[in-house]
Design a protein around this ligand. Structure first.
Ligand code: NAP
Length: 301
């Protein structure tokens, strides 16, 4: 299917830029290409461009070149440092922004980073939307993410044909920063749940219970949820193939704890979960799935 926009009688295929082709970015960009959009991509490590090039995406040499060639560009980067580097660095996003350009940052960052980037983009006449996502590799591949957008409403509307290919639920949360806050709150809950879940499995194992039985009991009651069901089965198999890198979960908990500091909101459990994920990262599990925290918790005596 070809996506078109109509402007003063002219007909154009809708173009999108996409910067950052990691686990999430590559899956989302592929959906855009497969949906018929003309997509131009850039990734820091160029070898990750190949899969997109094979599907028909155009390659750009720099983030600046992506922005210059597309009215609306999406970004999906690791963390606040990466988001700032790609925006403010040489041949970066800001070097390509001109009046009216749309920049949609889907990375999970803190509200201040999002506001700093949004402020710089709008100061140059561009439009900014933050749009972090809830959902992992599979929802990204299937286009069933939950998108937590906030910022420029005109850009939200203009990006909607692309957003609709990425998500099953697309929220507009108001001013820039609200999307980041929502994402951090939700992932803080997820990180805390994973930490206590793995402690339960580890304790059960140490006292002689069968993991399959523990999972069955949890799944039969009010605590049943898709994450425990999916990750519990994989943990039992010893399968920690990366869907959501552990290092990113720790980053999200760190940012959530920081948000708690700013809001004077005590976060006892989130702070403890952050330490548990930090420990797991220090033990070398950062690039594995966030469920690999189990390996740090359930160490043999
Ligand atoms: P990822 O696979 O680690 O990809 C990270 C991307 O950021 C890569 O394209 C990487 O480029 C790029 N990057 C890192 N540092 C950079 C820098 N200094 N300059 C330029 N590019 C840089 O991570 P992901 O899982 O796709 O996650 C991306 C974002 O989505 C994160 O904020 C994460 O918290 C969030 N998120 C992830 C999931 C999930 O389940 N995976 C779910 C929801 C939200 P290289 O290829 O060169 O390293």
């Amino acid at each position: 299917m070809i996506h078109t926009i109509y402007k003063e009688g002219e007909c154009h295929m809708q173009k999108f830029g996409f910067i950052g082709l990691g686990i999430m970015g590559s899956a989302i960009a592929k959906n855009l290409v497969n949906a018929g959009f003309e997509v131009t991509v850039w990734n820091r490590s160029p070898e990750k461009n190949k899969g997109l090039a094979d599907l028909g995406a155009k390659m750009a040499e720099t983030p600046q070149a992506v922005i210059e060639s597309c009215p609306v560009t999406f970004t999906m980067l690791a963390d606040p440092a990466a988001a700032r580097e790609v925006c403010f660095g040489k041949y970066g996003v800001l070097d390509g922004i001109s009046p009216g350009k749309g920049y949609v940052d889907m990375s999970t960052v803190d509200p201040e980073t999002s506001q700093m980037i949004g402020g710089a983009v709008t100061a140059m006449g561009g439009r900014f939307l933050e749009a972090p996502v809830s959902g992992s590799r599979k929802p990204a591949e299937e286009g069933t993410l939950v998108i937590l957008a906030a910022g420029d409403r005109t850009l939200f509307d203009e990006a909607m044909p692309g957003l609709e290919r990425m998500g099953k639920k697309i929220l507009y949360l108001g001013e820039t920063g609200n999307g980041a806050k929502m994402k951090l709150v939700v992932n803080m809950v997820m990180g805390g749940m994973m930490a206590i879940f793995c402690e339960g499995l580890a304790l059960g194992g140490k006292v002689g219970l069968d993991t399959a039985d523990i999972l069955d009991v949890i799944d039969s009651g009010a605590m049943a949820n898709p994450m425990f069901k999916l990750k519990g089965g994989l943990i039992r198999e010893g399968n920690f193939a990366t869907a959501f890198p552990l290092k990113h979960m720790q980053k999200d908990l760190r940012l959530a704890v920081g948000l708690g500091d700013q809001a004077s909101q005590p976060l006892f459990s989130a702070a403890a979960a952050n330490e548990a994920f930090k420990n797991a990262k220090g033990l070398g599990f950062g690039d594995e799935d966030f469920s690999a925290i189990f390996k740090a918790i359930a160490k043999p005596d």
